[in-house]
Design a binder for this molecule. Structure first.
Ligand SMILES: [Zn+2]
Length: 204
């Protein structure tokens, strides 16, 4: 999917030379990481979003039915999580949900597949405990503050899911403003005291 070359047997989706060229974000190595007012155990972003191949891969994952991109890159994200100094054992991996209409149209939630890839490496269960309650307008058309207002209360816990865990890892494809992640954290915090970490494929 990067350069269009024919893959050899141990390559998956993109060739090895494109794969090693993917721009690492090193987001986890920066010192003052905060998104809004929430506190996190760790926040990790694997790649920089500002790159043609990354955007191509994520586009394929979201809009062209290539759920396997999520698994393959999720495995890489999992390896990065394990290597992180601040890594602590995770009890539950929670993908950021998409609205059910979007899920019906797309066929799946892309973050679920990323979470599945991460789960293979860090060996924790994936559970879709969050629901996106309102559809809202397309985020791309809105200004930053409007986006924020739009997503701030748009996630809630599914009523049948009980979290009695110590450490939850939230998974998403891309962080842009951080509003989506913060809204998810807010919903999970309603359960009470739980450590929360974030891992995403790309940082915009
Ligand atoms: Zn290539």
């Amino acid at each position: 999917m990067g350069c269009g070359t024919i893959l050899v047997s141990n390559e998956n989706l993109i060739c090895l030379s494109c794969f090693i060229e993917l721009p690492k974000s090193n987001f986890h190595t920066q010192n003052s990481i905060s998104i809004g007012l929430e506190e996190y155990n760790f926040i990790i972003g694997l790649y920089k979003y500002n790159n043609d191949v990354i955007q191509q891969l994520i586009h394929a994952l979201k809009y062209n039915g290539k759920s396997s991109v999520g698994l393959v890159l999720g495995i890489e994200l999992g390896k990065l999580i394990l290597r992180n100094d601040k890594y602590e054992e995770v009890d539950l991996i929670v993908p950021v949900p998409i609205h059910r209409n979007k899920k019906r149209k797309r066929g799946y939630n892309q973050s679920y597949y990323i979470a599945k890839g991460v789960a293979k490496i860090i060996n924790a269960p994936v559970k879709e405990i969050l629901r996106k309650s309102e559809k809202g307008k397309s985020q791309t058309a809105q200004k930053k503050y409007e986006r924020w207002l739009n997503v701030k209360d748009s996630f809630s816990l599914k009523s049948n899911s009980k979290v009695q865990v110590n450490h939850v890892l939230i998974i998403d494809d891309v962080i842009t403003t951080g509003a989506t992640i913060e809204a998810c954290v807010k919903a999970i915090r309603k359960y009470g005291k739980v450590k929360i970490s974030i891992a995403v494929l790309a940082i915009a």
